[in-house]
Design a protein around this ligand. Structure first.
Ligand code: G6P
Length: 614
């Protein structure tokens, strides 16, 4: 949520910052802005709208300098507008700040500053911080240095922040600080970048340092130093090498990142599984949590906590872990879990699922669980992310960067990890080798299955072309496929703005059936497993009410053909792998519907990929 990038070094910062902003735009695209120091002169340009709009304005105004900060915003306080865009400047227009996070006590601080005669131009919480820094720097009796003024200001604010600040009086210096919102320092040859993630950095250097909470980095004269914000204690941190490639963060020949990432699933699920099978023994190897299997197996309960799509993965994970290992699993929205009095002790395991590893609620949930003595495990995609670092152990999904705001390949990677975890636990709890081998064989066939699904994309497009005008969709599934229905509905809502609901198929009779008429498309997830006769009966019920039936199945039969308006047949696979393959169809369907409706697929309105505020 909000992307920050800054640069100091010998090159022209403008193209570096603009490219960096484009890479970070998935974090928010309500407005964008840039501030630069040119000799001893601070210049700032900011505009409501996307980075491309800022770029067009910059072309005209020839802004330049030798160090700079930039920001792409997801609005929390104050509407998206030029004035509320970052960077924010102090009254003297000498200090510029970019901020990701929320200053919770901004109202109180603003009142104090107003009484001292400071007027505000924006409705943001972030402006309060830059005005406070300025007040402390220019007007405090102690004559604080710029850096100390920042430290002092940060002691007075409550909330979450990743900030980068520059000041006209100290033109060769950049200062950044973190509490709750991610910041990565890129250390190049005589140049440095600070960004919300590594994507704007990778082109310039592969050496990075992930800042932790309560850390401040100060860069000047080609040197950097990291210290604690409050105590000034120097922190020695080691450089990490990032192994991100440029191709992974560009969309190549695809019109959208989402489509690229859907197609990536032809190999990304295998990437997630690589080196993690033992086919002979019908089991899996999950090195990251190997030391904790005994704890998991003897746990009184497991909580899976997550948000959004990752929460849906958790629901499927519950189904699988309970089935294979018989350990009770509860799945909770992190935003609820963090505030309720859940039963947590040192025999409880918390599994946090998060693509970004930065979601504020999920992070808060694991922090709370840790305090209460639980063992915390992470299932994250981003190596070096906060959740990955703060959990006791974890498993990376290794699916490569996911840029499209609607999660696709990260979801199927999470499901893959959860299947592998369930199997691993199950094999230790008496699930037979044969059963394990069967599951592994199905997983190993997944690249071909996904390719076959992508081969029916024309058929999926036809379904979209005949249903895109609908205002509502219903998605129905049973058992392990009920959360798949939830995820299908979420994908549609996110990118096409069509209202959609996911329901357990039989529950339809307890409410949603009242909505069904000839204008309502109903997507049935109907694999030929033990639940098939039941779901067929549900399809009949919708047919009787003239609903438009779209069936996704792995085996067509006459009844399905007769009842369905559209059937999408996908390869037969193991019933526990079907949620993965079926999800690819649902992703494609949502994508094609959004294309028909001419929606902004990679940047849907109001959403951000990484939700780093509560
Ligand atoms: C946002 C994204 C979703 C994502 C959710 C959780 O809402 O738009 O795609 O599922 O956050 O994100 P996480 O990174 O924790 O998986």
């Amino acid at each position: 949520m909000c992307g920050i990038v800054s640069y100091i070094g010998p090159k022209d910062p403008v193209p570096i910052l603009l490219k960096g902003l484009r890479r970070l735009e998935y974090r928010g695209y309500d407005s964008a802005g840039i501030a630069l120091i040119n000799k001893n002169n601070l210049q700032c340009l900011k505009k409501a709208g996307k980075v491309s709009f800022l770029e067009s304005v910059i072309d005209d105004s020839a802004i330049n300098g030798f160090c700079g900060i930039a920001h792409t915003r997801w609005a929390t306080h104050g509407e998206p507008s030029d004035i509320n865009a970052h960077p924010h400047l102090d009254l003297k227009k000498k200090i510029a700040l970019v901020h990701n996070g929320i200053i919770e006590n901004y109202g109180a601080v603003k009142e104090v500053l107003k009484k001292r005669g400071i007027s505000f131009t924006s409705a943001t919480d972030s402006e309060v911080l830059v005005q406070l820094i300025s007040e402390l720097y220019y007007n405090s009796k102690e004559k604080l240095s710029f850096e100390d003024a920042i430290r002092a200001a940060l002691q007075e604010v409550v909330g979450a922040y990743g900030i980068v600040v520059i000041c006209e009086d100290e033109p060769g210096k950049i200062i950044a600080a973190r509490m709750g919102s991610p910041l990565v320092l890129g250390v190049g040859e005589g140049e440095f970048l600070i960004a919300s993630d590594a994507s704007p950095i990778v082109e310039h250097t592969r050496n990075v340092i992930y800042l932790d909470d309560n850390e401040l980095v100060s860069i000047k004269d080609e040197k950097f130093s990291i210290s604690k914000i409050d105590s000034k204690m120097i922190v020695n941190k080691t450089l990490t090498k990032i192994d991100l490639t440029i191709e992974e963060i560009e969309k190549g020949e695809f019109p959208h990142f989402m489509l690229k990432e859907i197609h990536d699933q032809r190999h990304s699920i295998s990437d997630t599984m690589r080196g993690r099978f033992n086919l002979d023994d019908g089991t899996t190897q999950l090195g990251g949590i190997a030391d904790y299997f005994a704890n998991i197996l003897s746990a009184s309960r497991i909580y899976i906590t997550a948000c959004g799509t990752s929460w849906h993965a958790g629901l499927i994970g519950k189904h699988l872990i309970e089935e294979y290992s018989r350990v009770p699993v509860h799945v909770e929205y992190a935003s609820e879990f963090r505030y309720r009095n859940a039963i947590i002790d040192n025999n409880t395991i918390i599994i946090a699922i998060s693509q970004s590893g930065e979601t504020a609620d999920t992070l808060a949930a694991i922090r709370k669980a840790k305090e209460l003595g639980a063992l915390t495990l992470g299932v994250c995609n981003v190596v070096g992310s906060t959740i990955a670092r703060e959990t006791d152990a974890g498993i990376f999904t290794h699916t490569g960067p996911e840029i499209g705001v609607a999660s696709t390949k990260a979801f199927t990677a999470q499901l893959t990890i959860l299947i592998m975890l369930a199997l691993k636990l199950g094999r230790k709890k008496g699930v037979s080798r044969q059963k394990g081998k069967k599951l592994i064989r199905a997983l190993r066939h997944i690249d071909q299955d996904v390719s076959s699904i992508l081969n029916i994309s024309k058929k999926i497009k036809k379904v979209a072309e005949s249903t895109w005008k609908a205002n509502n969709f219903l998605y129905l599934g049973r058992g392990v496929n009920f959360p798949v229905a939830l995820e299908g509905a979420l994908k549609l809502k996110e990118i096409s703005y069509i209202h959609a609901e996911g329901y357990p198929a039989a529950e339809m009779k307890h409410g949603p059936i009242a909505l069904i008429d000839e204008n309502m498309p109903v997507v049935f997830i109907a694999p030929q497993d033990e639940s098939f006769p039941k779901i067929l009966a549900n399809i009949e019920e919708v047919k009787a009410r003239k609903g438009i039936i779209i069936t996704i199945t792995d085996k067509i039969n006459n009844s399905l053909k007769l009842l369905s308006d559209h059937t999408l047949v996908i390869p037969k696979t193991h019933k526990h792998v079907f949620p993965i393959t079926c999800s690819v169809v649902l992703q494609m369907l949502a994508y094609e519907l959004a294309v028909c409706r001419d929606c902004e697929i990679d940047q849907p309105r109001n959403l951000a990929k990484s939700v780093t505020v509560e």
